[in-house]
Design a protein around this ligand. Structure first.
Ligand code: EPU
Length: 339
């Protein structure tokens, strides 16, 4: 069944908790829901559109003059398996962390480091979510969705997903023209932990032996100590990406700032910690109106109460401008700005 609403309030549908309305809101549970909605409401076809997961990566600057499509497909299904791996199909509307919890309960390895990331599973391949040394691209097998040009179902294999750091085919070339309906993951039945992230292994040991439950607990502990709970302070996780620069540029900065964290990516490139630069530039805890730089993780911008999208955006622009002046580094937003 589809649900079509007019002038829909999005405040509860974006984790920044920004009040903005959508001209149309369409919630669907299947491909046929979408085709039925469009056949019954042909005026929707020419509207600009935005696919909404759980709104954990969106910043609305104004009301949305178009249609917001919200896939609500549920279900976690074990498909093929052998002695080593299991293929699991997960509906786009499944809350990501519910699936991570399911994997831990079912003793399947591969996504425990991605515990507690807000959002729905449909957004996972779009954003190629990542944390604590693991990226979604390492476990996604294929993505099923609706091609909005042909209105046919389409399956896109991992090799064609063009995954990169917080980027994919879905975020770039297929933007606005594809709705993820389910994601197929390959999880491992055999233990294989990724404890490279600084301090993770010792945090796991605080809970006891290294096992799936304890890794998940440690990740949750680390996340909650640094990242604000969106139900308390609206936020969208990291506002900016960590910039990727040439090794030469990184070396130059390292000479000026010996304690700057630099992660070598090989092939002549390095990643810099944007949060470190923002803190170093003195922005941690700094407010602009009702928006603020989080006082425990400077890469995160929070809504202190009744912030508007424009306040959050203005603060981000001030920060980016200042980082450019101070470090000669251009920060790129991770959050998708709408409006
Ligand atoms: N740092 C500071 N001050 C800060 C923030 C960070 O000095 O205010 C330093 C830290 O001490 C550390 C380095 O910067 O040396 C990196 O910080 P951290 O490990 O907290 O991670 P991050 O690079 O800021 C990235 C992801 C997060 C992910 C963490 C852990 C991006 C844009 N962000 O943040 O993902 O949880 O690593 O893997 O890549 C997200 O995408 O929304 C997100 C939260």
């Amino acid at each position: 069944m589809y649900k079509l609403l007019h002038n829909f309030q999005l405040k509860k549908f974006n984790t920044f908790a920004i009040p903005a309305t959508a001209k149309f809101y369409l919630s669907i549970e299947s491909l046929s829901d979408l085709t039925d909605a469009l056949i019954n409401n042909p005026q929707l076809i020419n509207e600009q559109r935005l696919v909404l997961g759980s709104g954990s990566n969106l910043l609305f600057l104004k009301d949305y003059d178009g249609i917001i499509i919200h896939p609500q497909i549920q279900g976690i299904q074990r498909l093929k398996e052998n002695d080593f791996t299991v293929e699991v199909e997960v509906g786009a509307g499944v809350k990501w962390d519910n699936f991570v919890e399911w994997s831990v309960v079912n003793e399947l390895y591969g996504i425990e480091n991605l515990s507690l990331i807000p959002g729905n599973t449909g957004a996972v391949p779009v954003q190629n979510i990542g944390a604590y040394g693991v990226e979604a691209s390492s476990v996604v097998e294929w993505v099923t969705g609706i091609d909005l040009i042909t209105m046919n179902q389409r399956i896109i294999h991992r090799f064609d997903c063009e995954f990169g750091y917080r980027i994919s085919l879905f975020k770039e070339k297929l933007k606005e023209n594809f709705i993820v309906t389910s994601v197929n993951f390959r999880l491992s039945k055999k233990p294989g932990y990724n404890l490279q992230y600084e301090g993770l292994e010792s945090k796991v040991r605080e809970f006891g032996e290294v096992n799936l439950v304890n890794v998940r607990q440690a990740i949750i502990k680390i996340r909650t100590s640094k990242l604000p709970d969106p139900s308390v302070y609206g936020n969208a996780g990291s506002f900016f990406k960590n910039p990727v620069v040439s090794d030469d540029a990184a070396d130059t900065l390292k000479r000026l700032y010996p304690d700057i964290p630099v992660y070598s990516l090989g092939s002549g490139f390095s990643k810099l910690a944007a949060g470190w630069m923002i803190e170093k530039a003195g922005w941690k805890g700094h407010s602009f109106g009702n928006a603020a730089i989080h006082d425990k993780q400077a890469l995160v911008i929070i809504n202190k109460g009744n912030a508007t999208g424009k306040e959050i955006f203005s603060l981000s622009e001030m920060v980016a401008e200042n980082i450019l002046q101070k470090f000669n580094i251009r920060l790129e937003r991770e959050v998708q700005v709408v409006g």
